[in-house]
Ligand binder design. Structure first.
Ligand SMILES: [Fe+2]
Length: 250
């Protein structure tokens, strides 16, 4: 009887589809056409923005990759792409606001740009989105974060849950947050889209309330459809109850 009781008490409550308008602003995506591995054409971008608006978003801050070995984007390339996109939007019946920053890959070129105090693309109040390699932990992460903070930037670590080389991800996230670094989580990590280990790290971070931003990291329509299909997920609901900074970017 006790076992049966345990089984029944474990049965999950069925939750409604989460209304994504609660997040207001998506601050990590790849929607400038043709400049990275995200949207390939203007019409794809318009389709993605229509979907994001339908989901309830008010603003998208799109963040093309800047990665010396693969995507040699510059602020000019990104801002020109944004201007073309805004021209296109002006002819359409879409109300979603669009801004652009970048997702900076932590490589030697980025460190050089930072040290030479080149203009870097930020969003909101001096936030800068940074990603690390997935395969191996880079050395000198602490130096990078220190330099960014010293120069007045507020580093945001993109999809922090995806770096499986951070053994105790919750302690590290808390340690960095105490120093002024923000932690960003991808929604689709919660649903196992990037594997079961990433899903577990995402759940640990949500349970510990160690997240500052949540984002789609949308490269294509599949990313939004996966999110929509999983809108009743209990961890997505739990995430929506955290004090996130997304809606401060409106
Ligand atoms: Fe990204």
């Amino acid at each position: 009887m006790r076992l049966l009781g345990k089984i029944f008490s474990k049965k999950e409550e069925i939750l409604p589809a989460l209304d994504m308008s609660i997040f207001k602003v998506d601050m990590h995506s790849h929607l400038i056409p043709g400049i990275d591995d995200g949207s390939k054409t203007m019409s794809q971008t318009i389709g993605l923005l229509s979907k994001l608006e339908e989901m309830g978003y008010k603003k998208v801050i799109t963040t093309p990759h800047i990665m010396r070995d693969y995507y040699q984007n510059t602020p000019d390339i990104i801002l020109n792409g944004l201007a073309e996109l805004k021209n296109e939007l002006a002819t359409l019946n879409l109300n979603i606001q669009v801004e652009a920053a970048a997702e900076y890959y932590f490589d030697y070129a980025f460190m050089q740009q930072l040290q030479q105090k080149e203009k870097l693309l930020t969003f909101g109040d001096q936030y800068i989105l940074i990603e690390f390699p997935f395969h191996a932990k880079p050395s000198k992460i602490d130096d990078l974060l220190f330099e960014l903070l010293m120069q007045g930037y507020k580093p945001v670590i993109a999809h922090f849950e995806r770096y499986l080389y951070f053994d105790d991800c919750v302690s590290l996230a808390q340690e960095w947050r105490d120093k002024g670094v923000s932690i960003q989580l991808n929604f689709n990590s919660i649903f196992g889209h990037y594997g079961v280990e990433v899903k577990r790290q995402a759940e640990r971070l949500i349970d510990a309330e160690a997240i500052d931003f949540a984002a789609t990291d949308c490269h294509n329509i599949d990313h939004l459809l996966i999110l929509e299909r999983n809108s009743t997920n209990s961890y997505l609901h739990k995430l929506s109850h955290l004090k996130l900074k997304n809606n401060q970017l409106i």
